[in-house]
Design a protein around this ligand. Structure first.
Ligand code: PAF
Length: 251
């Protein structure tokens, strides 16, 4: 695996694969089984696989969340090498944002709902970095997890709106044995919180109404940001000891 941090260098490398299919898995590092399942799928469906590890500061509305976001590049590299990833892209902020984020992608409708209500600017930062990464790598396919379904739908919308010839592939949420959706943030949960977190997916899947679920979560030690059903999907975001967890289920 080649680890490249310069855009020019990566573009020159990828030029040789113009006739092959390049699959791309963007990440913010602290890799877990959810990322691994995306990468394994990308390996099966493409000739060349590029994974990026870039902790994108512009999608964090809260400085503490960014500072405390887990990072484990050395372990990530071991995982990526085992998976036979061809290229790891690890750019710096300066490399990705020569304009210092004066240019941004803004979606004005769905991005204002659900997570967008409480995380101001989050989706604009996320869409901007994904657009930049897709423009640099120009993959045939890019892979995203259904755990972040609002993110996935917004990226699909952006790719359609800007006529980008990239297939956005969605992979099912990978869960811990207790049903908790895998997330890099889970590493920060205490073992007690991790055990108690299983109630979150159980309630989302239940027959109760959104407001009944909010009441029950709040009574059980969670601080609920929202539980909302849209187009047959129940979305939820909660805090457990200040760690934000999101999930969604088809109902
Ligand atoms: O889902 C993530 O890890 C991030 O939002 C992404 C897509 C890598 C953009 O920074």
């Amino acid at each position: 695996m080649k680890n490249i941090s310069q855009i020019v260098e990566l573009k020159i490398e990828l030029r040789q694969f113009a006739d092959l299919s390049v699959g791309f898995v963007p990440t913010m590092g602290a890799l877990h089984q959810g990322h691994i399942s995306l990468i394994e799928r990308a390996k099966k469906e493409n000739d060349i696989v590029v994974v990026s590890v870039f902790l994108n500061p512009t999608q964090f509305d809260n400085k503490n969340d960014l500072t405390n976001y887990p990072s484990s590049l050395k372990d990530d590299i071991v995982i990526l090498e085992k998976l036979n990833v061809d290229y790891l892209f690890t750019p710096s902020y300066g490399e990705m944002y020569p304009d210092d984020f004066t240019y941004k992608i803004e979606e004005t409708s769905f991005s204002k709902k659900l997570c967008g209500k409480s995380r101001k600017g989050h989706f604009s930062g996320m869409l901007t970095v994904v657009m930049k990464l897709l423009n640099i790598i120009k993959p045939v396919r890019a892979y995203f997890g259904e755990k972040d379904r609002q993110q996935l739908l917004l990226i699909r919308g952006m790719v359609d709106a800007f006529f980008m010839d990239i297939k956005i592939v969605a992979s099912p949420t990978v869960r811990e044995s207790n049903g908790l959706a895998m997330s890099s943030r889970n590493r920060r949960l205490s073992s007690d919180d991790k055990k108690n977190a299983d109630l979150f997916p159980v309630l989302l899947k239940s027959k109760k109404s959104d407001s009944e679920i909010i009441d029950e979560l709040n009574k059980s030690g969670f601080r609920t940001d929202y539980v909302e059903t849209l187009d047959g999907i129940r979305y939820g975001a909660v805090f457990l000891s200040n760690i934000r967890l999101i999930d969604n289920v088809e109902i």
